[in-house]
Design a protein around this ligand. Structure first.
Ligand SMILES: C[S@@+](CC[C@H](N)C(=O)[O-])C[C@H]1O[C@@H](n2cnc3c(N)ncnc32)[C@H](O)[C@@H]1O
Length: 193
């Protein structure tokens, strides 16, 4: 495994994401990432699925973070502002080409504008990393119906006091599903059934 530098996800989380992504290879379906930014985790996931029949689909506004809602308010999260974490679709595509990796399906859109036609028909592994309440809520609503049995949803920043909207959105979504949520550092790990 290439040591991709990942400045958004801790080293321990990176190792856990790779371990779980490998586990999801045995499930039917593709891999998705909602909130890919510069593509650090996308490159890791692409490497995990290389040699398999799976495809990687990645999504981002490529305009940075949206406006936050009041659900996201936190004294220590004041730094997360509209337009931050901007990366362009072209730069992400070029990173894949430079790395000699297969370019994933890359969709530029706000998550609220995506529909089921933008998603694979079956999802084995979903990495959700949109930072804000509405971004996580919209991501879960999109991927949830397409997860295969024993598929994995990982939500970054679930346990991050600076981004309280993430936990709220996950817990609300899970209220009538009751999936067991495992934590690893800031990650929520959800096995779907
Ligand atoms: C923390 S970064 C993602 C980091 C990336 N997953 C990684 O591991 O390197 C969050 C990304 O989510 C995107 N994003 C947040 N909310 C969004 C929304 N509602 N629609 C589209 N993109 C969104 C931002 O543009 C930003 O690139």
């Amino acid at each position: 495994m290439t040591a991709w530098k990942n400045d958004q996800v801790s080293e321990a989380e990176t190792a856990e994401i790779i371990r779980l992504a490998r586990e999801a290879l045995k499930c039917d379906g593709d891999f998705v990432e909602l909130g890919c930014y510069k593509g650090d985790t996308s490159l890791m996931l692409a490497e995990v699925i290389s040699g398999s029949d799976k495809k990687l689909w990645i999504y981002d506004s490529f305009e940075g973070l949206p406006v936050k809602s009041e659900q996201d308010y936190s004294e220590i999260g004041k730094d997360f502002k509209e337009g931050e974490l901007y990366a362009s679709k072209r730069e992400v595509k070029e990173r894949f080409l430079r790395a000699g990796m297969k370019v994933p399906v890359i969709k530029k859109a706000w998550f609220s504008d995506l529909t089921e036609a933008d998603l694979p028909e079956k999802i084995a592994f979903a990495f959700i990393d949109g930072d804000f309440y509405e971004s996580i809520r919209d991501s879960l609503k999109l991927v949830g119906p397409w997860m295969v049995p024993s598929g994995l949803i990982l939500v970054h920043d679930y346990a991050n006091e600076a981004l309280p909207g993430v936990e709220k959105a996950v817990d609300e979504w899970n209220r009538n599903k009751n999936y067991k949520i495992k934590r690893f550092e800031s990650l929520a790990i959800i096995k779907t059934n």
